[in-house]
Structures are given as C-alpha cells and as structure tokens.
Write a protein of this length. Structure first.
Length: 189
C-alpha cells in the first residue's frame, strides 16, 4: 500500500512539474511555406495592399509563430483598422518564449512588438451599448461585430475596432433588426 501511494505521488509530482505547453519545432515544410508567405506579405505591403499582406502574414503566423512574423502581422492588422486584434497579436509575439537560437532580428521584433502593443493601448476606442432595463426586454439580442453580447455585458465599456464596428439589436417586439455602425472619423490634418 505504501509503495502504491509513493508511485501515485511521484506520478502527480511529475505531471505538475511538466509545463502545460510544449513547443515542438515546426516542420521544414511549414518553415519554408512561412518564409515564402512573409516575403509575399512584405511585397504586398510595399504595394499598399494591406489586406492581402495581412492574410499572408496571418497564414505564416499560424504555421510558425515567431516574434518577427507576429510583428509583421500586428502591423498589417493595424493598417487594416483592426487595432484590437493587432494589439493582441503584438502582445502574443512579445510573450513568445525566447528560443536558444533567437536572432538579433527576433529580439528586436519582440521589443518592437511590446512597444506597438503599448502604443495601441491608448489608441483603441471604447464603446458602451446602453440599454435601459435590458433584463426586462424578453428576447433582446445585441450583436457587436458579429458576436452576440450577453445581456449582462451591456452597459459596460468594450474595446472596439474603429474602422469596422457595427452593432445590431433585436428583441421579440421587433420583426426586423436595426443596425448602427461606428465609422472611423476623418483624420485632422
């Protein structure tokens, strides 16, 4: 009985000591594809085709998440007006574990991603969807950027992307939804 308890204890300690995530090296095919996508993305960015560049960087990031690719993706998300996702991507790139063979370019990208995330924190606007007596409106549904908000999450500040934010509200007493949208204000020159 004591031996059995010791085995269970050793197994539990081993499980707790193992990190909850394990980073496997990406396959050579994924690395080659990601490199190609980054080159394409940078060429598209130079031509001003930010949405296409963003898509290339997003695919490269999915294959091989590195600080360099993450920073490129974050910058293109920002260029496309997706500030919230851009900031989250910059934070994720900055928080990636540092590899033993990480290049100076990778370290620089990590620092720039941290800086970009800090800059974006103050640029991202907030929206409050105020609904009086929301709990009493049976069947109330509010959708913000395609995501349905719980009634309990109404009347609180929520970070939004200024270029694409739209919201819908519908409740049982209305047959058709009403749509409103927030447009990015013109820049002052």
């Amino acid at each position: 009985m004591i031996r059995r308890s010791s085995e269970v204890l050793v197994l539990c300690v081993a499980c707790l000591a193992t990190p909850s995530f394990v980073y496997a090296d990406p396959s050579p095919g994924n690395v080659a594809t990601a490199k190609s996508l980054v080159v394409e993305g940078r060429d598209l960015r130079a031509k001003g085709e930010h949405a296409k560049a963003r898509d290339r960087f997003k695919a490269a990031w999915a294959l091989v998440p590195t600080p360099i690719i993450g920073l490129d993706l974050a910058r293109e998300l920002v260029a496309c007006g997706q500030l919230v996702e851009g900031r989250e991507t910059a934070l994720a790139a900055a928080k990636l574990p540092e590899g033993a063979k990480e290049s100076a370019e990778g370290k620089t990208a990590r620092a720039e991603a941290t800086k970009l995330a800090a800059e974006l924190r103050d640029r991202i606007p907030s929206l409050v969807v105020r609904v009086e007596n929301a709990e009493s409106l049976k069947g109330l549904r509010v959708t913000l950027d395609g995501e349905e908000l719980p009634v309990a999450a109404l009347n609180v500040s929520r970070k939004v992307d200024p270029a694409s934010t739209s919201w819908w509200r519908r409740w049982a007493m209305q047959s058709a939804p009403r749509r409103s949208s927030c447009r990015k204000p013109p820049r002052k020159r």
